[in-house]
Design a protein around this ligand. Structure first.
Ligand code: NI
Length: 168
């Protein structure tokens, strides 16, 4: 935003005559696109050393970005405690498709939840094992319940649900 500000300059000419010049100068006001708050953190030197080692290993170039991610993670964990909160998530599964009627049950469950499951990806890893990833969307409670129902099916060797948010 450009605003004008008046600068009044008084000049004295020839001792007695007084002229007044009014200059209109455009003044650029800084518009903040992102608000950043700086705050101090008290921490034991040993703990900070360990933290620096961890974030370096994880690829962070500075402590601030690492701390921001940690805060976002905490917010997600807290929000996930509210079953009515909207969320998106992935359910990653490893299973043996030879076990009983597991593949049928999995398909039935997925066809009963077409509104909650956005995408289903299946990879045949070897003769026995399959990797399946579902992308889920909806209320946190509903996503968790669906994931629990799937994970508890006999033959699912590993099932991990990750719930995330698009806003913090
Ligand atoms: Ni398969």
């Amino acid at each position: 935003m450009v605003k004008s500000s008046n600068i009044i300059i008084n000049y004295k000419f020839f001792g007695s005559k007084k002229f007044k010049f009014v200059l209109l100068l455009p003044v650029k006001r800084a518009t903040m696109t992102e608000n950043i708050v700086r705050f101090g953190v008290s921490i034991e030197p040993d703990l900070l050393k360990k933290y620096d080692r961890v974030i370096k290993k994880e690829g962070y170039s500075n402590r601030s970005e690492a701390l921001r991610d940690l805060i976002r993670k905490n917010i997600i964990i807290e929000k996930n405690k509210n079953p009515d909160e909207q969320a998106i998530g992935t359910l990653t599964m490893i299973y043996d498709h030879h076990v009983g009627s597991l593949t049928d049950k999995l398909l039935y469950l997925q066809h009963d939840h077409t509104k909650d499951i956005l995408v289903s990806t299946h990879v045949h890893i070897d003769h026995h094992n399959c990797l399946e990833v579902l992308i889920l969307k909806g209320k946190t409670g509903k996503i968790q319940k669906l994931a629990d129902n799937i994970r508890s099916l006999k033959g699912i060797k590993h099932g991990e649900l990750v719930i995330t948010k698009s806003s913090f």
